[in-house]
Design a protein around this ligand. Structure first.
Ligand code: KIV
Length: 271
């Protein structure tokens, strides 16, 4: 398996070089110490402490309820585990929209209290003042366009975005604006592959896709989805590499059986 061991620590500069060389970038979500340690040892380039923690870790229906304090808790847990990957923490809903001072305050808390390397936020032109202010404090910003789950009540559904010409054009303009403002990378979520490829070819910063086809510079998935820990979520773009839900359930069933039958602990498993 090819993990570039020469890279001691993935930085935004390293990611830029990877794009220039045409080397694909890997990104996965992480919310806790134990999982982050495995993902980092495997050689994932970017670990995203996503606000999808709201769904995956806390069981909420949307990403809206998760708080800044909770994101900092997850971020700090991941930071303690990681030696190589770049750690990006999502700014949660309500912590950056509308007021650039609030955006900067939220970011400073994430950088100081979690020890993150960068933040991610959703949106284009409408959040540009927040992006400028965060960047002016020297914090790298990752953009996020296309399906932006914090706006789910505006969209109404989780279906593919930017299929219509007007929305595709706005996305293209927003992507160029994010690059111009100084974002180091952009996530494109659930948009047509052709449009995502066009954006990746137009921009010199890395474009990471989720449900955005193979023509972008890297891929991101929610770790719990690709490992099959979550069960009911099965969008077309998701490749499941394991079925951990059933594997864990099977192991726990066996444990229950062993305890009940007094097979566990054996004489070797006691003092
Ligand atoms: O929160 C998250 O997991 C994300 C990814 C889907 C990109 O933003």
């Amino acid at each position: 398996m090819s993990v570039n061991k020469d890279i001691k620590r993935v930085t935004t500069h390293v990611l830029q070089e990877m794009k220039s060389r045409g080397e694909r970038i890997t990104m996965l979500t992480a919310y806790d110490f134990s999982m982050a340690r495995i993902l980092d040892e495997a050689g994932v380039d970017i670990l995203l402490v996503g606000d999808s923690a709201s769904n995956v870790m806390a069981g909420h229906e949307t990403t809206l309820p998760i708080t800044l304090d909770q994101m900092i808790y997850h971020g700090a847990s991941v930071v303690r585990a990681v030696r190589r990957a770049l750690i990006v923490v999502d700014l949660p809903f309500g912590s950056y929209q509308g007021n650039s001072r609030t955006a900067l305050d939220s970011t400073i808390r994430i950088m100081k209290e979690a020890g993150a390397h960068a933040v991610k936020l959703e949106g284009g032109a409408e959040v540009q003042e927040s992006i400028k202010r965060i960047l002016s404090a020297g914090v790298p910003v990752m953009g996020h366009l296309g399906l932006t789950p914090q706006s789910i009540y505006k969209f109404g559904t989780y279906t593919v975005r930017a299929k219509e010409e007007a929305e595709a054009q706005k996305l293209l303009e927003d992507a160029e604006l994010l690059q111009e403002l100084g974002c180091f990378a952009i996530v494109l979520e659930k948009i047509p592959a052709k449009l995502a490829k066009k954006v990746a070819e137009k921009l010199w910063i890395p474009v990471i896709g989720i449900g955005a086809g193979g023509g972008v510079d890297g891929q991101v998935l929610v770790t719990h989805d690709m490992l099959g820990i979550t069960k009911d979520f099965q969008p077309r773009f998701l490749r499941r590499y394991l079925d951990l839900f059933d594997a864990i359930k099977g192991a726990v069933n066996q444990y229950i059986e062993d305890v009940r039958s007094r097979d566990f602990p054996s004489s070797k498993e006691q003092y």
